[in-house]
Write a protein that binds this ligand. Structure first.
Ligand SMILES: [Mg+2]
Length: 268
């Protein structure tokens, strides 16, 4: 197995490292594998479709759960969307629907986040405080020619908001309203978009061929990692916690499948 030669290990967060980001209960096998990787001097990064929290907030929550990851090695869907826009139009004026996390990632990337026209890109993430005015403004800007980006592609997700534990409507469903009103199709920037995997490896200073992608979701983690050229590891977790994504016709067959991440240690 080629595992031993890999330099960067990228981990999905929800249902891989912790139960979910708003219930960051760690999986003990994930802690154990990460400790082993750190002892062997491997770089560890996070690649998540969560966009409602910033990369910094996600890293902080994961480390709070007991993972001692280095700083600035988290690549969220917000960071990916920011990189996607920056690569096409550096410094673009963007109207962002988000709970705040993606906005922070956009500013960190040097994009001009604005609530006023003109707007070159409308970016839509999960936002449980979204208003009609924001949705209406986003729609008007797209009608005037702004590009439409969906920050990740969840139709719904579990979480807790203002004390309410529930399943919430995701960004894919919010952006569908704008698509319907404008006739413009959004670009979904999140796993499994291969560009997100390539960009995360590049921004952490590695080639995709040096990377392992570890996750619970064949349609996002495995399909995208494989299409980008990474070695892929599927960990079988609670099937009820696997979020629905469009695999976009990509191959979802993992290189390695395990029931516990501790099994990986023997394979390295
Ligand atoms: Mg997951």
């Amino acid at each position: 197995m080629k595992l031993a030669t890999k330099k960067l290990w990228l981990f999905d967060v929800d249902n891989t490292l912790v139960r979910d980001i708003e219930h960051p209960i760690p999986f003990p096998d994930a802690i154990r594998l990460c400790q082993e990787l750190q002892q062997r001097g491997k770089a560890i990064g996070i690649l998540t479709n969560v966009g409602r929290l910033s990369s910094r907030q996600i890293q902080s929550a994961v480390n709070g759960a007991g993972f001692g990851f280095d700083r600035d090695k988290t690549f969220s869907a917000g960071a990916a969307a920011a990189a996607f826009i920056h690569n096409r139009r550096p410094g673009a004026r963007c109207f962002v629907i988000s709970e705040g996390g993606a906005t922070e990632d956009f500013i960190a990337r040097g994009l001009d986040v604005t609530n006023n026209p003109p707007v070159q890109y409308v970016a839509v993430g999960a936002d449980r405080g979204m208003t009609f005015d924001k949705l209406n403004f986003a729609t008007k800007m797209v009608k005037r020619g702004a590009g439409l980006v969906c920050i990740s592609g969840s139709r719904d997700y579990p979480g807790v908001y203002l004390g309410m534990e529930d399943t919430f409507i995701g960004e894919r469903s919010i952006v569908a309203a704008i698509e319907d009103a404008t006739g413009t199709k959004a670009t979904i920037v999140g796993k499994p978009l291969p560009e997100m995997f390539v960009e995360s490896a590049k921004s952490l200073g590695f080639r995709v061929t040096d990377c392992v992608m570890v996750g619970d979701n064949p349609a996002s983690d495995i399909a995208g990692g494989k299409a980008a050229g990474m070695l892929t590891v599927l960990v079988r977790r609670d099937p009820g916690q696997i979020l629905e994504y469009e695999s976009r016709g990509l191959d979802q067959t993992p290189d390695i499948t395990v029931d516990s991440l501790e099994e990986i240690i023997d394979k390295m």
